[in-house]
Design a protein around this ligand. Structure first.
Ligand SMILES: C[S@@+](CC[C@H](N)C(=O)[O-])C[C@H]1O[C@@H](n2cnc3c(N)ncnc32)[C@H](O)[C@@H]1O
Length: 182
């Protein structure tokens, strides 16, 4: 794919949602409940969110958590909105407009204590999943935490047909013919 959105649907901007699962404090709490040792948080901590959407969660966590925040989302309007929010709050946050591939190739990033991606894994190509893992491989601190959500059955079953229908509609719109699997 040559276009910047690499086949990802970008005709309309993403919703403005907050997800506590992306909070470093919530990650620490879940790990503690499961009996894992978690280091104390400190001002030197660095956290990262891949595919932050409108940046609502990322900005709330940047404003309410000690440490520095980083993130990327390749949608220019969303990245600009997230940067504006960060400027308004004065939080220590750097939000980029990179694709996952571009972000994985950066050499100006610190090592992260947490890397979170919510609502991404089930919606991007295998190639992009590899780029996301490359970010973790290169930029996660030893002992750091990766949080990844994904759609699975049976919980996702009611919504799956609608997703398939929209995907078929998009293939039809682009190619003018239904794909062979339809
Ligand atoms: C389903 S949304 C989830 C947004 C947010 N994490 C949330 O849960 O509200 C997926 C986001 O990933 C971004 N995205 C998809 N593919 C990407 C890529 N290859 N590089 C960077 N961002 C990408 C999209 O622009 C979109 O904002």
């Amino acid at each position: 794919m040559n276009s910047w959105n690499e086949g990802y649907f970008t005709d309309s901007a993403y919703t403005f949602g907050y997800y506590r699962e992306l909070s470093p404090a919530f990650m620490r709490w879940c790990l503690t409940l499961k009996g894992f040792a978690v280091p104390e948080s400190s001002d030197d901590d660095c956290h990262c969110e891949l595919g932050f959407g409108q940046g609502v969660s990322a900005n709330i966590h940047a404003a309410a958590t000690v440490g520095k925040f980083f993130g990327t989302d390749f949608n220019p309007a969303q990245a600009a909105g997230a940067q504006e929010l960060a400027k308004a709050s004065g939080a220590d946050a750097k939000f980029f407009e990179d694709s996952f591939k571009e972000f994985s190739e950066r050499d100006d990033l610190p090592k992260f204590d947490t890397i979170g991606f919510h609502g991404i894994w089930s919606w991007v190509s295998d190639e992009n999943r590899k780029h996301m893992l490359e970010v973790a491989r290169k930029h996660l601190k030893s002992g750091g935490v990766v949080y990844c959500s994904y759609n699975c059955l049976p919980g996702w079953a009611p919504a799956a047909p609608m997703r398939e229908l929209l995907k078929l509609h998009d293939s039809y719109k682009v190619g003018g013919v239904l794909p062979p699997s339809a």
